[in-house]
Design a protein around this ligand. Structure first.
Ligand code: URA
Length: 242
């Protein structure tokens, strides 16, 4: 595969500086391509097969992309769908067509969704045995009680052969409409809604706040996204016990 890109654009995309700063650096001889100083900002290079240095810094082409999306209600957690807008279609700047969501949120659920093309990381985060913690904010019909907190802590049988791991339920408001924060460690279909259904409560709003070490950036309105910071990424990648 070959990806031809203008040298100044490439270096700007890699965060070396603005396009005009980068042009200056190139003209000053600070950039080497395949061992030779190059002084023309507009030359095209095949970035996958070129070795580019800015001073002593080697440029590594980033083919992997990581986005934090605040999923809005009404879009589906899929890469393609005949009828509905998908979460991947919300990411406008991806260079790569291979983006997919890591796990699923229901169509009416909002909140944190990681969108990437890093299959290895996705696999690791979704492995059932990893028990990655997911925290949700939920609103439901019915008064949530301390007894419910104990039931969640004990684990809830959702299927004949499936009892949830102990889940942490924190009551924020107990009333005819209650609000809670709940932490679960698996990702079964409609799991949170089914857990509340099991105690006679109907979830009317659900939003994911975090997954593993990754917290939803509350500055993102539903439908907005941003790239993960380096710190967020290394937390997700490096932390075995997430
Ligand atoms: N549990 C649910 O019921 N729905 C979601 O979207 C996520 C977790």
């Amino acid at each position: 595969m070959s990806i031809p890109v203008r040298l100044d654009k490439y270096l700007a995309d890699m965060g070396v500086g603005t396009r005009s700063e980068v042009k200056g650096y190139i003209r000053k001889g600070r950039v080497r391509v395949n061992g030779r100083i190059v002084k023309e900002p507009d030359i095209k290079l095949d970035i996958l097969n070129s070795e580019v240095y800015f001073d002593s810094r080697k440029m590594e082409y980033e083919s992997l992309e990581y986005y934090m999306l605040n999923k809005p209600a009404g879009v589906v957690s899929a890469t393609a769908d005949n009828f509905c807008k998908t979460v991947v279609e919300l990411i406008k700047e991806g260079k790569n067509k291979e983006l997919f969501p890591v796990g699923r949120l229901d169509k009416d659920t909002e909140g944190l969704l990681l969108i990437t093309n890093d299959g290895e990381l996705a696999h690791r985060l979704l492995l059932p045995k990893k028990h990655v913690a997911k925290v949700y904010y939920a609103r439901m019909k019915g008064r949530v009680t301390e007894e419910d907190v104990k039931i969640f802590k004990a684990g809830i049988r959702l299927e004949e052969d499936f009892v949830t791991l102990p889940a942490r339920l924190v009551i924020l408001k107990a009333d005819v409409i209650s609000t809670v924060e709940v932490t679960i460690y698996e990702g079964k279909f409609h799991q949170v809604k089914r857990m509340f259904e099991a105690i006679g409560k109907e979830v009317i709003y659900l939003k994911r706040l975090s997954m593993g070490g990754l917290q939803l950036d509350e500055a993102l309105a539903p439908g907005e996204y941003r790239r993960l910071t380096g710190e967020e990424l290394s937390k997700l990648k490096g932390n075995e016990k997430i």
